[in-house]
Design a protein around this ligand. Structure first.
Ligand code: RNT
Ligand code: ZN
Length: 415
C-alpha cells in the first residue's frame, strides 16, 4: 500500500472520499494577483505606491517589465496545483513603444498581450480598475471627490475598465470579476461623512449603468476599515459596500485584512451567502494591521475555507489572493500563498461535514470539539502530496528548489 492508499482508507473510515476531494480542488479556481510580482508598481506611471497601502522589503529580482512579470508569474503557477486565474490591475496596461494614455482612456488593446499570455496558460482573467498611485488621486479621493474634474476622470476610468473586463471574458471564454476598491477616505475627523459617500454612490451608479454582459462580467465592491493616512474615515466602509452591493445586485468583496483585528471574515461569510448569490474574497494575512503578509495555512484561513466548503458554496465564491511582500523571494511568496489557500480548502474538503453539523444540531458540543481536534492529526499531508502529484506539480519542499534555481539563473541577473 502506498502512503496515499493508507491515508485514503483512514479518511474512508470517517466517511470522506479523498479522490472526490482532490477532484473538486483541482477545478476550483483561485485568482492569483499579478501585483505580488512587482510590489504593486505597474507599468503606467513612475510615482510611488499611494492609496494608503504599503509594501515593505527590497528583496532582489523584482519584475520591471511586462515580460519579466509574465515570466515570473508563469514560473510560479507551474508550482501551484490546481486552476489559476490571472488577476490584473489597470496599471499593468502594456503600451507600444512611445505610446501612453491616461487611465480614463485605457482600451482593450492595451491588454492584448495579457490576453495572449492568459490564452497561452489556458486561464481566465480577473480585473481591477486602479484608483491609486496616480496624480488624479487627490487628498479627497477619487470617485467621491468634491472636485468634479477628478470625479469625472475616475468615472471614465471605471467605465473604461468595465469594457476591458468584458473584452477579457469574451476573449478567454471565462467570466471576469472586476473589483472596485477605492482608497477614498480621510486622515482626520470628517465634518461631513455623508457627502463623499453620496458622491461615491452616484459615481458607482454611473459606472455600472454602462451596458455590459452580466453573464460574463461580475463587478465586486471591496470595503475597508482604514488605510495608512486614511485612519479616521473610509468612504467605502463595510456598511457602504454591503448595502450598495445588495441594492445594486453586484457582489460584495470581503478582504480579511480590512476589519478590526478581532473581527473574523470566517464569521461573516454565512451572512453573505444568505443574502447574496455570490461572494468574493481577497484572502490575505493581516499581522496586527492590514499588513498583507503572505497567506499561510493558519487557523483563520482554514476557517474561511471551511465556511465556503461546508456551505457547498465553492461555485458561488470568487476566491482571490491579495497580499504583497517585497521582503522575500516574490515567486516563493506567490507559491506559498496559493499552496496555503489550497491546503486550507483541501482540509475542509476532507472533513466529515454532515457528521460535524449533526453534532452541533443535536447539542453534542463535547463530541464536536473532540472530533474537530482529532481531524487535525489525520494524515492530511499524504492527501496533499497526492493532490500535487495528480496536478503535476512538485510535492513537499521540492518546489522551492525550482524557485531557487530560477532565482540564481534569472532574478539575480536583474539590475
Ligand atoms: C487594498 C485592497 C486592494 C488592493 C489591491 C492592489 O487594501 O486590499 O484590494 O490590495 O487592489
Ligand atoms: Zn484587497
Amino acid at each position: 500500500m502506498t502512503r496515499y492508499e493508507e491515508a485514503k482508507a483512514i479518511y474512508q473510515a470517517i466517511g470522506v472520499d479523498t479522490d472526490a476531494a482532490i477532484e473538486t480542488l483541482k477545478h476550483t479556481e483561485i485568482a492569483l494577483h499579478c501585483w505580488q510580482g512587482d510590489d504593486v508598481t505597474g507599468f503606467d506611471q513612475d510615482g510611488p505606491l499611494t492609496g494608503g497601502i504599503q509594501v515593505t522589503g527590497n528583496y532582489p529580482g523584482k519584475a520591471r517589465t511586462p515580460e519579466e512579470l509574465m515570466q515570473d508569474y508563469e514560473t510560479a503557477i507551474k508550482l501551484i496545483p490546481g486552476t489559476t486565474k490571472l488577476n490584473l490591475h489597470a496599471c499593468y496596461a502594456i503600451f507600444e513603444e512611445g505610446e501612453w494614455v491616461d487611465r480614463n482612456r485605457l482600451e482593450p488593446k492595451h491588454f492584448e498581450k495579457w490576453v495572449a499570455f492568459a490564452k497561452k496558460l489556458g486561464v481566465g482573467i480577473d480585473f481591477n480598475p486602479t484608483f491609486f498611485s496616480h496624480a488624479m488621486q487627490k487628498a479627497d479621493g477619487t470617485l467621491s471627490s468634491a472636485d468634479e474634474t477628478v470625479r469625472r476622470f475616475w468615472i471614465e476610468h471605471g467605465i473604461a475598465c468595465l469594457k476591458i473586463a468584458e473584452y477579457f471574458a469574451k476573449e478567454t471564454g471565462k467570466p471576469t470579476v472586476i473589483n472596485f476598491w477605492m482608497p477614498d477616505g480621510m486622515k482626520d475627523i470628517p465634518a461631513d461623512r455623508y457627502a463623499p459617500r453620496a458622491r461615491m454612490k452616484a459615481s458607482l451608479d454611473e459606472i455600472l449603468a454602462t451596458p455590459y454582459d452580466k453573464t460574463l462580467v461580475f463587478p465586486t465592491l471591496e470595503s475597508k476599515v482604514f488605510g495608512i493616512g486614511l485612519e479616521s474615515y473610509t468612504v467605502v466602509s463595510a456598511e457602504f459596500a454591503l448595502t450598495y452591493a445588495k441594492a445594486n445586485n453586484i457582489t460584495p468583496l470581503v478582504d480579511n485584512g480590512h476589519y478590526h483585528p478581532t473581527e473574523l471574515v470566517s464569521d461573516k461569510l454565512s451572512s453573505l451567502y444568505l443574502f447574496s448569490d455570490r461572494v468574493a474574497l481577497h484572502v490575505t494575512r493581516p499581522v496586527r494591521w492590514d499588513s498583507d503578509h503572505v497567506v499561510i495555512f493558519d487557523d483563520e484561513t482554514r476557517e474561511i475555507a471551511k465556511e465556503i466548503v461546508f456551505r457547498g458554496a465553492l461555485d458561488r465564491t470568487f476566491i482571490a489572493l491579495d497580499y504583497f511582500d517585497g521582503s522575500i523571494n516574490r515567486i516563493a511568496a506567490w507559491v506559498l500563498g496559493a499552496r496555503s489557500i489550497r491546503k486550507a480548502l483541501l482540509a475542509a474538503l476532507l472533513s466529515p461535514v454532515e457528521r460535524l453539523k449533526a453534532l452541533q444540531e443535536t447539542g453534542n458540543t463535547t463530541e464536536l470539539l473532540m472530533l474537530s481536534e482529532e481531524l487535525k492529526t489525520l494524515p492530511f499531508g499524504d492527501i496533499w502530496n497526492e493532490y500535487c502529484k495528480v496536478c503535476g506539480v512538485p510535492t513537499g519542499e521540492a518546489w522551492y528548489q525550482e524557485v531557487k534555481t530560477y532565482e540564481n539563473e534569472v532574478l539575480m541577473k536583474r539590475g
